[in-house]
Design a protein around this ligand. Structure first.
Ligand code: NAP
Length: 259
């Protein structure tokens, strides 16, 4: 299917690895030029070069912490009029809510709620004036089915989800859509470090933790970031103009509810 987004420009935040990289690769494969962001320049440059070589699109890199105002400014200077915005950042650490103080909460809110809201604010009016815009926020299945040890993530991402629910409807008549993609368990560095954390806390071997994690997923496996990216690219496509304000789970059937 031709997604009809060839020649458009996307900002992909936190995109040198994992799910962000999956989104960047899928958009580039459909002819979208990228402004690609992450903090570490080595992985960022390597990913950008791999995408250029594979697709021939223009990839501009911005090595910056997207959770800072300076980082967001640098990304927006590189792409002042983006057609597509993929919001992403590292997830907050797991833990016990009794151990978190205000600074832990503020960091989680900044990364997983206030940063995407700031980038939405900076971009959607221009998208609306041009009559086309797509925003995809990478959130988490924890928004629908909370994970007790990820309380910082559950809380901060739910705040973003509430904001998107209202704002997406307010913009729905302008050609701009805003949707959230909710990953279950995907094979990325983030997942490996979460599994290591469980192994360390429980004294189980890493292999046992991984096997048990896969058993809890009806699909019997972890997701591939390329599968995630393909869904993101579809939501960014011309064909998805009637899809907005949605929370789309991609979790191999792990969420047990009917709705
Ligand atoms: P990952 O494989 O660890 O990749 C994270 C990417 O984000 C890297 O490119 C990293 O590069 C970049 N990054 C992190 N913090 C950043 C910051 N402050 N500014 C700019 N770039 C930043 O992680 P992932 O699994 O793709 O996870 C992406 C998001 O999805 C996270 O919020 C995670 O919590 C959420 N999620 C993941 C899963 C899963 O199973 N993988 C499930 C649910 C939710 P640098 O470190 O160089 O900046």
């Amino acid at each position: 299917m031709d997604l009809k987004i060839r020649g458009k420009t996307a900002i992909v935040c936190a995109g040198s690895k994992g799910l962000g990289r999956g989104c960047a690769e899928a958009l580039a494969a459909n002819g979208v030029d990228l402004v690609l962001n992450a903090r570490g320049s080595e992985a960022l440059e390597a990913t950008a070069e791999a995408i250029r070589n594979a697709t021939g699109v223009n990839v501009t890199t911005v090595a910056a912490d997207i959770t800072t105002e300076a980082g967001r400014r640098a990304v927006l200077e590189a792409a002042p009029t983006p057609d597509i915005l993929v919001n992403n950042a590292g997830g907050p650490p797991p833990g016990d809510f009794r151990d978190w103080d205000e600074s832990d909460w503020l960091a989680a809110l900044q990364a997983n709620m206030l940063t995407p809201i700031a980038l939405i604010k900076a971009t959607v009016d221009g998208m609306a004036e041009r009559g086309f815009g797509r925003v995809v926020n990478i959130t988490s299945s924890a928004v629908k089915a909370p994970i007790a040890t990820l309380g910082l993530s559950n809380g901060a991402r739910s705040g973003l989800t509430g904001f998107v629910a209202g704002t997406s409807r307010a913009l729905a008549g302008t050609g701009v859509t805003i949707n959230n993609l909710l990953p279950g368990r995907f094979a990325t560095d983030r997942l490996w470090s979460n599994l290591d954390d469980v192994a360390n806390r429980t004294g189980q071997s890493r292999d046992v933790v991984e096997t048990n994690a896969k058993k809890a997923i009806p699909a019997g496996r972890f997701g591939d970031p390329a599968e995630f990216g393909a869904y993101c690219a579809f939501l960014c496509s011309a064909h998805a103009g009637y899809v907005t304000g949605q929370n789309v789970l991609i979790d191999g059937g792990a969420y047990p509810g009917t709705f």
